[in-house]
Design a protein around this ligand. Structure first.
Ligand SMILES: Nc1nc2c(ncn2[C@@H]2O[C@H](COP(=O)(O)OP(=O)(O)OP(=O)(O)O)[C@@H](O)[C@H]2O)c(=O)[nH]1
Ligand SMILES: O=C([O-])CC(=O)C(=O)O
Ligand SMILES: [Mn+2]
Length: 607
């Protein structure tokens, strides 16, 4: 037993040895094994309030909920400090930062030395996906951040029941090591949001290990999420023949009671959470949430692809979320039990952010903790501010979210933020063409990562920052999956763009609940109820086939949203070529073929 181990311990020999090793090196004041109990979280929340990290919100506004304001330089994922340290450089590929694993450890291990001094080291056993899955995917996060413990308890299935299962089966697990990198000298006063200017988010895929240093922000610090469930899991999925994808999962039921499950890959801040919680504007249509960010898919016994949401909570973008745009998210949050990060606080102990209500309150405390009024120059909430809420509180949760083997996927959507070029909706000709559409997906950058916002970049399958291996091999894995199945059992693949702009800069399509009109067209395509017209980029709706009944937008504008423009696509073609050149020899030949096909089809349209 560790001398400073105040609770718990484990019979899992490998885990016991690793925890000892880390504790010896990082030198925390105490080690706490997280059980997940209610009393425990009350204690942890109280610690966070005392430390000034959490402000408790008014019970009658947001029960059992807290506001955290981060260090202003620790607000988003740090992609330029994120590494895939595979043994071979070519296994990280051109889209990832790479360093030799030993070299990286020689650099990082000294940073972890004594990094937890004056703090508590928490050991969080967790499982991504269901504990009763055929092959449950375990992880343990060691962290010196109580904020991470409180957030992980919402975002994943954690605690003693998980640890007991790991012990009983001597389970393999992903080792996630996290430190905010802010040791305290004896007697030193802590800050509300400890972190370090130096940040590293590092993955060792062959060892199933993650080392995260210097940041407390969600995507950098909640290691079950992007680090495990996407970067590490994508490598496991490649090796084991399944898929780990950055996708929402939605259950859609038509007025006749027929159901399809649809997955959608959109880059960060491009509408996954909103679409997953959509309230259709058309009478009789019903949408339910299965997942809002990550989808693990594998073939079921019937040869179809089944998807599970490996998470247990929602980590949603706050700004833009309001009763008009996402009433379901609002109802979810109203129930409380949530953590809000980097939003504004109202005088009556509630939260506010841009887009929550049309009229801002007369006075607020902004995300810097400063007084704010509607006359203030800056926004009250950080553009990447977040709510963290249990998924079970969502009023439209589908019971299948808790199905260990997931739901059969009928369609996959790819989408991004494009002001021009990409029509509201199109359908791929087949799986290989759909893989091409995904591999060439593009989007304007957002505040979810540090760096410039609004720059168009290619974001393959919305996975650019999350592919844990060579992007060429990743595209090849998609093609392999396609070859393993009967063509008619594979999900159909669609491309969407809610963000196309008119000449005056306004959105051409109203979006949000109205996106159900696009889902309806897809549904009818799946059912064979509607024809489509060929175009060089795939099948497009015939005029009038996207239901605009009761839509408050004139038909000419809808047509502009739906339009395939050969000129815009002629300008897109060299950008796609440039992107594919970056793959070098790693680009699968089928992608060259698809590119050539697109080019020929575009030339034919021009002629
Ligand atoms: N114009 C428009 N904006 C949208 C639409 N859907 C979502 N948004 C806005 O886009 C932003 C991001 O939406 P989210 O649904 O949170 O995006 P996400 O893909 O879940 O983002 P991450 O959680 O970062 O991966 C929010 O400010 C939304 O209000 C839409 O259909 N039209
Ligand atoms: O990972 C995060 O920090 C938040 C998120 O969902 C994303 O950026 O895609
Ligand atoms: Mn989201």
């Amino acid at each position: 037993m560790l001398q400073n181990q105040t609770t718990g311990g484990t019979r899992h020999a490998d885990l016991d040895a690793w925890v000892r090793e880390v504790a010896d090196h990082t030198q925390p004041d105490e080690v706490v094994w997280v059980t997940g109990s209610d009393e425990e979280i009350e204690r942890i929340n109280a610690t966070l309030v005392e430390a000034g990290t959490f402000t408790r919100l008014a019970e009658e506004r947001k029960p059992n909920s807290y506001l955290a304001l981060s260090d202003p330089d620790d607000v988003a994922r740090v992609e330029d400090q994120t590494y895939i340290c595979s043994v071979e450089e070519k296994d990280a590929g051109h889209t990832n930062n790479w360093m030799d694993p030993q070299e990286m450890k020689d650099r990082l291990w000294p940073l972890f030395e004594g990094s937890m001094r004056g703090r508590t080291m928490y050991v969080i056993p967790f499982v991504m996906g269901h504990l009763d899955a055929e092959d449950p995917k375990f992880g343990v996060e060691i962290t010196d951040s109580a904020y991470v413990v409180a957030s992980m308890r919402i975002m994943a299935r954690i605690g003693s029941t998980v640890l007991e299962r790991m012990e009983a089966t001597d389970a393999a697990y992903v080792k996630g090591l996290h430190s905010v990198g802010a040791p305290l000298q004896p007697g030193e006063q802590d800050v509300a949001w400890p972190c370090n200017e130096t940040k590293y988010i590092v993955h060792f895929p062959e060892e199933l290990a993650i080392w995260s240093y210097g940041s407390g922000y969600g995507g950098n610090a909640l290691l079950g999420k992007k680090c495990y469930a996407l970067r590490i899991a994508s490598v496991m999925a490649r090796d084991e023949g399944w898929m780990a994808e950055h996708m929402l999962i939605l259950k859609l039921t038509n007025p006749e009671g027929k159901t399809h499950y649809i997955a959608g890959a959109f880059p960060s801040q491009c509408g996954k959470t909103n679409l997953a919680m959509i309230e259709p504007t058309m009478p009789g249509w019903k949408a339910e949430l299965v997942g809002d960010d990550i989808s693990w898919m594998r073939f079921g016994p019937d040869g179809r692809l089944y998807a599970v949401n490996p998470e247990f909570g929602l980590f949603g973008v706050a700004p833009g979320t309001g009763a008009d745009t996402n009433p379901v998210a609002m109802a979810t949050i109203e129930k409380g039990n949530s953590i809000f990060t980097n939003v504004a606080r109202t005088p009556d102990g509630d939260v506010w952010w841009e887009g929550l209500t049309e009229e801002p309150p007369a006075e607020l405390v902004d995300w810097h903790g400063r007084p704010w009024t509607p006359d203030s120059d800056a926004v009250s909430s950080h553009p990447n501010s977040r709510f963290c809420t249990p998924i079970t509180q969502c009023p439209t949760i589908a019971p299948e979210y808790d199905e260990p083997n997931g739901v059969p996927i009928s369609a996959i959507m790819f989408g991004g933020r494009r002001k021009t070029t990409v029509p509201l909706v199109s359908e791929s000709r087949d799986w290989q063409h759909g893989t091409f559409v995904g591999a060439t997906l593009s989007s304007e950058t957002t505040a979810a990562a540090t760096g410039a916002v609004g720059v168009v970049r290619r974001d393959p399958m919305a996975m650019l920052p999350f592919i844990g291996y060579n992007a060429g091999d990743y595209v090849d894995h998609w093609l392999e999956i396609g070859k393993q199945a009967d063509a008619d059992k594979l999900p159909r693949i669609f491309m969407v763009n809610w963000f196309r702009r008119d000449e005056d800069g306004s959105f051409l399509w109203p979006g949000f609940g109205e996106n159900a009109r696009v889902l309806k067209w897809m549904f009818e395509r799946l059912e064979g109820d509607v024809e489509a017209q060929e175009s060089p980029i795939g099948y497009l709706p015939h005029p009038g086939d996207v239901d605009t009944d009761g839509l408050d937008v004139d038909e000419a504008q809808v047509a502009r949203a739906l339009r395939f423009d050969p000129e815009e696509w002629s300008e897109e073609l060299p950008l796609i070529k440039e992107w594919f050149e970056q793959f070098g020899d790693d680009l699968p030949a089928a992608m060259e073929d698809e590119l050539a096909t697109l080019e020929q089809r575009l030339v034919r349209v021009d002629a």
